[in-house]
Design a protein around this ligand. Sequence first.
Ligand SMILES: NC(=O)c1ccc[n+]([C@@H]2O[C@H](COP(=O)([O-])OP(=O)(O)OC[C@H]3O[C@@H](n4cnc5c(N)ncnc54)[C@H](O)[C@@H]3O)[C@@H](O)[C@H]2O)c1
Length: 350
Amino acid sequence: MRIGVVGGAGKIGKLRVETIQECPDTTLAAVLDLSEDAARQVAGGAPVFTDLERFLDVEMDAVVISTPPHTHEDPCISALERGMHVLVEKPMASNAETCHRMLEVAKSANRVIATGFNMRYYPSFAYVKDVISAGKIGKITHVRAFCGHDGLAHFTHDWEYRVPESGGGAMWDIGIHMTDMVRYMLGEVTSVYGVASESVWNLPGSEDTALAVLKNPEGIPAVYHATWGEWRGYDFAIEVHGTHGVVQGAYAPMKNVLITLPEPGGKGTTTKRQYFDIAVREKLFSWKTTAKISFAEELRDFLKLCKGDLSGRIADGNAGLRSIEIANAVVESSRTNNAIDLPVLEPVRL
Ligand SMILES: NC(=O)c1ccc[n+]([C@@H]2O[C@H](COP(=O)([O-])OP(=O)(O)OC[C@H]3O[C@@H](n4cnc5c(N)ncnc54)[C@H](O)[C@@H]3O)[C@@H](O)[C@H]2O)c1
C-alpha cells in the first residue's frame, strides 16, 4: 500500500513515516509538511511537498494525517474525495462538526477513516481488553479511568493547549485516549454527567480538570478523570470491574493486575504482569519507542481495515467523533448541571 504522510516532519509524524518505511507491506509515497527541509530529512527519497494538491497528485492508496487538530479537515476530506483511505491522529479534529463532515465524506466515498488511538495497542491496555473479551471477569459492572500530566510544563507547542487549535484542554490532549479506552471497554458511551474546571492554568475553553460519569446504553457506568494538574507526572490507568473479578491496566510504567473470582465475593486469584523490558527500553531510549511499536501495530490493522477486515484493535471514525462528543458533553453538563444523552452511532460499514 502506498501511503503519504501529512505533517511527516513533526514529533509524531516522523514516527509515522518510520513505521511506513519499515513495514514490508507499505511504501512511503510522499510527505507533506510546512517545513520542506525538515520533511526531506525524514522522507528517505520519497517526494516532499508543501502544497496539499500537489501532494495528493502523487499515486497513493492512503494518507496518514499527523498535523495539529485544527488542520486535519482539509487533507482528510481532499484525500477521501480522491479515493484514498485516511488514518487521522487524535483528536480527530478540533470540533465535532468537522468530524461529522469527515465521516460523511468517508461514507459517500466508501473509504476508511480511522482514528489514531494507538494506546489501544499498549500491551497493558490490550491485555485489559483481551481479559474482558475472554469473559475472565464476568459481566462488566463498572469502570474507573484516569489520565493526567503536569499540563503546561509538559507542552512544546502553543497549539497543544490553546483553543481553537487544540479543541479544548485535558480531555482533548491526554484525556482523549482514556475517553476512547472507556468506550473501547464499555462498547459505547451514550450518557455523560461531568464537571470541568479551568482553575490551574486559566486558559479559556481549555479545561485543566474534568471528572465525569459516563454510561453505556445498558447504564453500566465509568468514572472518568482527566487532568493537567497531575503533579506526579504522566499517568494512565483503567480498572474494569466485573461480577467475577477486576482487571487493571496502567502506563507508565506499563503494568497489569488481574483478580478473578469463582463467584462474586469468592476467593480471588491474582495475576500480576510487569513489563521490565519496556521500562528498560524506555529508560535507555525514549517513550517514543513504545509509541512507535504501537503505531506499527496500528498500521497493520489499518491495512486490514482498508481491505474490509474489522477484526483489529484499530479505532474507526466513530471512535474519533464520540470521544470529542463526550468531551463537549462533559463541558455542557458542567455548565447546565444536567446529564447529557448522546445517540447511539450508526455502525461504520465497509
Ligand atoms: N497518538 C499519540 O500518542 C500522539 C501524541 C502526540 C500528538 N499526537 C497528535 O499528533 C498530531 C501531531 O502532533 P505533534 O506533536 O507531532 O505536532 P508537531 O507540531 O510536532 O508536528 C506537526 C507537524 O505538522 C506540520 N504542519 C502543521 N500544519 C501543517 C499543515 N497545514 N500542512 C502540512 N503540515 C503541517 C508542522 O510543520 C510539523 O512538522 C496532533 O494531532 C496531535 O494531537 C498524537
